[in-house]
Design a protein around this ligand. Structure first.
Ligand code: PEP
Ligand code: MG
Length: 878
C-alpha cells in the first residue's frame, strides 16, 4: 500500500495548494517554481497536523521517517548537514495555516545550533558575536515556544548582562558576554524543565514541529479564529526552511514590504528594513526600523532587485503582496509572500485601481473587499476645523486609519473590563503581542510607543479595521505604573485621549467627529456591486432621519418600519399609555384619536424621504406593558397625570404582566384583541400616503405588514379591518393608490403552513430574530450567556442570532419560500431580521431566491456588496 504523503518539498507544491500546505507553504512553493531566490525547504501538511491531534498529540513513526528523508534531501541540496562540525545545516521552523493569522502561532529560528555547531557558524561567518547571538536567541525561542518557559525570565537574564557590562543596546554585547548569556540561558532551561537543553538537532526539530502543531490550539489562536470566522478544523502546516541570516554584519539585513500602501492603497512600495538584524526584530517591533526608501541609498542594487521581484509577485498573484526578505552577505532572499492585510480604504482603492491597470475584472475586484469591513468607511472622522486649532501631544505612525477618542488603559485585561463597563477604551502599550488580542478587540483605538508599520499592533489593527497609531516614540509608556509621559506631562489610566490613525497624531481629550467623505473608488466599486447583484437591499428605518440616511447609503426601500418606536417619543407616550390603560373600546378609541395625527406625521416624513421606493410598515408588535412604567414611583406619577386612582392603575398594570411576554400578547394578537389599534394605524398610513401623493406627486408604495402570524385566519381577520379602512380612504380621496398586505414569517409554525398563509399575504418578510429565538427555544434577550458558553465549548460554531443557522432556521425559511411560491407564484419575499445585513446570511438569502434583504441603514452597503459577491459566486445554497 502506498503511504500517504505528509511532506512536500517547496518545488513540489503550488499556490493553489493552500488547504494542504497552508498559505505560507503554498506561496513558498509557488515562488520556488517561478525561480525566485527562496531558501530551500519543505512543508509538513495541515493533514499531518490534524493527524497529530487524532493520534493523541504524538508524532507517529511514518511521519518521523518521512521527516528524516526530507532532512537528508535538504542536506544534499544545501551541502550542509545537521550537527556537522564544519558546515552545519540550520533551519527555521514556522507555522503556516490556510489563512494567515499574524503572530498567532509559533516560529523557531536557528534550529540546529548546539555547542559544536555554534563554533562552526562562528568560523564560517567569521563573526563569533553573531554566532553566539544566534545561539542565545535560539535557546530563548526554543525554551519559550517548545517548553513554555516564560519569555521574561530570559529577558531578565539578558538585561542583567546589559546592566553588568554597562551597555545600552543589544548589539553592544560582545561575544564573550553572549557566551555567558548562553550558559545562563541553559541553566534556566534546566531549572525550568529539569532537562538538559537538547543538543541533537533532530531531537530539536521533532519537538519544534510538535510545538508548532500545538500552537494551532493556543487560546490566542482560538480567539483569533473565532473573531475572523476561521474554522478550527483546518490545522496548520509546518515549514522547515534552511536559515539565511540578516544579522551577520552590515552587508546583511532584513525587512518587510508591501507592494502598495496597506493603509491607503497608494501604489508605491511600502515597507521597512533593518541592517544587521533578524526578521523577528522588524515584526515584533523591538527595534524601530527604517523606511524601505532608505534601502535605495544604502544598498541600491538590492533595492532594485527587490523592487523588481515585488512587481513580479504582485503581477503573478494579481494582488497586493506582503513580502518578507533577508539580505545575507549582499545576497537577497525572499522568505515569504502573501496577500497583504490592508485597511478597507486600501482594499477598495487597490481593487478599483487594479481594474484600471487591467489586472482584475470588475467581478474579481468586488470579491477583493470584505463586506463586513465596508462599514468602517462610513465611520466618522475628526472635525477638521477643530483639528486645525488643536495641537497634537505626539505623533506616531499612521498604522491604521480612523478617528477614536477614549480613556486610556495599559493592559488588555483592564481594557476589556473598562469596555464591558461601557467605556470607550484606548489601549496603550509599549508594543502589543498576540496575548493582547482580546483587549485590542474591545478597544476603540490602539496606541503603541514602539514598533513600525508592520508591527503586531499595526497589522492586527488593520485586520480589525481599528484605528491605530504605532511607534509613537515621544510617549514614554510605563505599563506597571499605568501611565505615559509626554513632554513631562503625565497621562494616567482613565484619562481621555484621541487618536487619528490616518495622520498618526495623538491628542489630549476628546475631539468631536464628523461624517466621513466617501472616496471616488468606493463609489465606483459600489456601482459595480449594484450592477451585478440580483437581491434588492432595503433598510430597517423608523424615522424620517433614518430613512434619509438609508437612501444616502443606497437603500432601495424600507423593509421594516417598526411603528412602536414612534410610540416611545416623549410627546406621545402619554396618549399611548392612555390607550393601553383604557377600560373599554370607547376610551381606547378616544386615546387612539390623539395618536393618529402624530403617527400620520411620522409616515408623511418617511414617505417623503423614501420617494417612490417601497415601504413596509409593520403594525404594532411588542407586548403592551413595555410602554408602561415599572416602579411604583413612576406609576404614581402616571396616575396623577392621568387623573386616575393609583390602586386601580396598579391592578390594570398587574393584569398586563405576563410570565413570558415574548410568547404572549404581542404581534398580531394585539390587533385581534384590539382591532381599533390596527384601524388607527391603517388610517395613519393610508392618509399619509394619499397626502404625500397628492401634495408631492410621489408614487408612494406602502406595504402593510402583520407581525407574529401563525394561522391564516389571523391574517383574514385583520385584513378585513385594514382593507375596509384603506379602501374607503382611497375611494374618498379620488386618487389611485396601491398598497400591499402581507406578513412577517417569524414563528416556525408559519413556515410549516406558509402555503395557507400565502393565500392571504401578498408578501412574506422573514423575521429571523424571532424565528431564530423560537426555532432554538432560546430567548433572544437572554441568549448571551448561553451562546458564549456554547461557543467556548464548541457546541456552536457561530452565534445564530448574528448569522443565519442554515441547517435549522434556514431550512424553515426554505420550506416557507417553497410553500409560499407554490400558492402564490408572484409572492414578494424578503428578510428583515438582523441577519439581513450580515454577509453570510445575505449569501444564503441570495441562494434562497429572496427578492430583498433589509437591515439597519449603516449595514446597507455591506448588504449591497455581499449581495454582489453572492451573485458572482453563484453558490446554490438552497
Ligand atoms: C424579527 O423578529 O426578526 C424582527 C425583525 O422583528 P423584531 O426584531 O422587531 O421582533
Ligand atoms: Mg419579530
Amino acid at each position: 500500500m502506498k503511504m500517504k504523503k505528509y511532506i512536500y518539498n517547496f518545488n513540489e507544491g503550488t499556490a493553489e495548494m493552500k488547504d494542504l500546505l497552508g498559505g505560507k507553504g503554498a506561496n513558498l512553493a509557488e515562488m520556488s517554481n517561478i525561480g525566485l531566490p527562496v531558501p530551500q525547504g519543505f512543508t509538513i501538511t495541515t493533514e499531518a497536523c490534524n493527524m497529530y491531534y487524532e493520534k493523541n498529540h504524538k508524532l507517529w513513526d511514518e511521519l518521523i521517517g518521512e521527516i528524516n528523508i526530507k532532512i537528508k534531501e535538504l542536506e544534499n541540496k544545501t551541502n550542509k548537514t545537521f550537527d556537522d562540525k564544519e558546515n552545519p545545516l540550520l533551519v527555521s521552523v514556522r507555522s503556516g495555516a490556510k489563512f494567515s493569522m499574524p503572530g498567532m502561532m509559533d516560529t523557531i529560528l536557528n534550529l540546529g545550533l548546539n555547542d559544536d555547531t555554534v563554533d562552526a557558524l562562528a568560523k564560517n561567518s567569521n563573526n563569533e558575536r553573531f554566532a553566539y547571538d544566534s545561539y542565545r536567541r535560539f535557546i530563548q525561542m526554543y525554551g519559550n515556544v517548545v517548553m513554555n518557559i516564560d519569555k521574561n525570565k530570559f529577558d531578565e537574564i539578558f538585561d542583567g548582562f546589559k546592566v553588568k557590562t554597562k551597555v545600552e543596546s543589544d548589539t553592544e554585547l560582545n561575544a564573550e558576554t553572549l557566551k555567558d548569556v548562553v550558559k545562563e540561558f541553559k541553566k534556566l532551561y534546566k531549572k525550568e524543565t529539569e532537562k538538559e537543553f537538547p543538543e541533537n538537532p533532530k531531537e530539536q526539530l521533532l519537538l519544534a514541529i510538535e510545538a508548532v502543531f500545538k500552537s494551532w490550539n493556543t487560546e490566542r489562536a482560538v480567539i483569533y479564529r473565532r473573531i475572523h470566522n476561521i474554522s478550527d478544523n483546518l490545522g496548520t502546516a509546518v515549514n522547515v526552511q534552511s536559515m539565511v541570516f540578516g544579522n551577520m554584519g552590515d552587508d546583511c539585513g532584513t525587512g518587510v514590504a508591501f507592494t502598495r500602501n496597506p493603509a491607503t492603497g497608494e501604489k508605491k512600495l511600502f515597507g521597512e528594513f533593518l541592517i544587521n538584524a533578524q526578521g523577528e526584530d522588524v515584526v515584533a517591533g523591538i527595534r524601530t526600523p527604517l523606511d524601505i526608501e532608505i534601502l535605495k541609498d544604502v544598498m541600491p542594487e538590492i533595492y532594485r532587485q527587490f523592487a523588481e521581484i515585488a512587481d513580479l509577485l504582485e503581477n503573478h498573484y494579481k494582488d497586493m503582496q506582503d513580502i518578507e526578505f533577508t539580505i545575507e552577505k549582499g545576497k537577497l532572499f525572499i522568505l515569504q509572500t502573501r496577500n497583504g492585510k490592508r485597511t478597507v480604504e486600501a482594499a477598495v482603492r487597490i481593487a478599483v485601481e487594479s481594474v484600471g491597470e487591467g489586472k482584475l475584472n470588475e467581478e474579481e475586484a468586488l470579491l477583493r473587499v470584505d463586506p463586513s469591513q465596508i462599514m468602517h468607511l462610513l465611520h466618522p472622522t475628526f472635525d477638521k476645523n477643530i483639528l486645525k486649532n488643536t495641537k497634537p501631544i505626539a505623533k506616531g505612525l499612521p498604522a491604521s486609519p480612523g478617528a477614536s477618542s477614549g480613556r486610556i488603559y495599559f493592559s488588555a485585561a483592564e481594557a476589556v473590563i473598562a469596555s464591558k463597563r461601557g467605556e470607550q477604551v484606548i489601549l496603550v502599550r509599549q508594543e502589543t503581542s498576540p496575548e493582547d488580542i482580546e483587549g485590542m478587540v474591545e478597544a476603540k483605538g490602539i496606541l503603541t510607543s514602539r514598533g513600525g508599520m508592520t508591527s503586531h499592533a499595526a497589522v492586527v489593527a488593520r485586520g480589525m479595521g481599528k484605528c491605530c497609531v504605532a511607534g509613537c516614540e515621544a510617549i514614554k509608556v510605563n505599563e506597571n505604573l499605568k501611565h505615559f509621559i509626554v513632554d513631562d506631562k503625565v497621562f494616567n489610566e482613565g484619562d481621555y485621549i484621541s487618536l487619528n490613525g490616518s495622520s498618526g497624531n495623538v491628542y489630549e481629550g476628546v475631539i468631536p467627529t464628523l461624517e466621513p467623505e466617501l472616496s471616488s473608488q468606493y463609489i465606483t466599486l459600489m456601482s459595480w456591486a449594484d450592477k451585478i447583484r440580483r437581491l434588492r437591499v432595503r433598510a430597517n428605518a423608523d424615522t424620517p432621519k433614518d430613512a434619509a440616511k438609508a437612501v444616502e447609503l443606497g437603500a432601495e426601500g424600507i423593509g421594516l418600519c417598526r411603528t412602536e418606536h414612534m410610540f416611545f417619543e416623549e410627546d406621545r407616550i402619554a396618549a399611548v399609555r392612555e390607550m393601553i390603560l383604557s377600560d373599554n373600546v370607547e376610551q381606547r378609541r378616544a386615546a387612539l384619536k390623539k395618536i393618529l395625527p402624530m403617527q400620520k406625521e411620522d409616515f408623511i416624513g418617511i414617505f417623503k424621504a423614501m420617494g417612490p421606493r417601497p415601504i413596509t410598515i409593520r403594525l404594532l408588535d411588542p407586548p403592551l406593558h413595555e410602554f408602561l412604567p415599572k416602579d411604583d414611583e413612576s406609576l404614581k406619577e402616571l396616575a396623577n397625570e392621568m387623573k386616575i386612582d393609583f390602586g386601580k392603575l396598579k391592578i390594570r398594570v398587574e393584569d398586563l404582566k405576563e410570565v413570558n411576554p415574548m410568547l404572549g400578547h404581542r404581534g398580531c394578537r394585539l390587533a385581534i384583541s384590539y382591532p381599533e389599534i390596527a384601524e388607527m394605524q391603517t388610517r395613519a398610513i393610508i392618509e399619509a400616503a394619499i397626502y404625500v401623493k397628492k401634495e408631492e406627486g410621489i408614487d408612494v408604495k406602502p406595504e402593510i405588514m402583520i407581525p407574529l402570524v401563525v394561522k391564516p385566519k389571523e391574517l383574514t381577520y385583520i385584513k378585513d379591518v385594514v382593507v375596509k379602512i384603506a379602501d374607503e380612504l382611497i375611494k374618498e380621496s379620488d386618487i389611485e393608490l396601491k398598497y400591499l398586505y402581507g406578513t412577517m414569517i417569524e414563528i416556525p409554525r408559519a413556515c410549516l403552513v406558509a402555503d395557507d398563509i400565502a393565500v392571504e399575504a401578498e408578501f412574506f418578510s422573514f423575521g429571523t430574530n424571532d424565528l431564530t429565538q423560537m426555532a432554538y427555544g432560546l430567548s433572544r434577550d437572554d441568549a448571551g450567556k448561553v451562546i458564549e458558553d456554547y461557543l467556548n465549548k464548541k457546541i456552536l460554531q457561530f452565534d445564530p442570532f448574528q448569522s443565519i443557522d442554515r441547517k435549522g432556521v434556514g431550512r424553515l425559511m426554505k420550506l416557507a419560500v417553497e410553500l409560499g411560491r407554490k400558492q402564490r407564484p408572484d409572492i414578494k419575499l424578503g428578510i428583515c431580521g438582523e441577519h439581513g445585513g450580515e454577509p453570510l446570511s445575505v449569501e444564503f438569502c441570495h441562494g434562497l431566491g429572496l427578492d430583498y434583504v433589509s437591515c439597519s441603514p449603516f449595514r446597507v452597503p455591506i448588504a449591497r456588496l455581499a449581495a454582489a459577491q453572492a451573485a458572482i459566486n453563484k453558490k446554490d445554497l438552497s
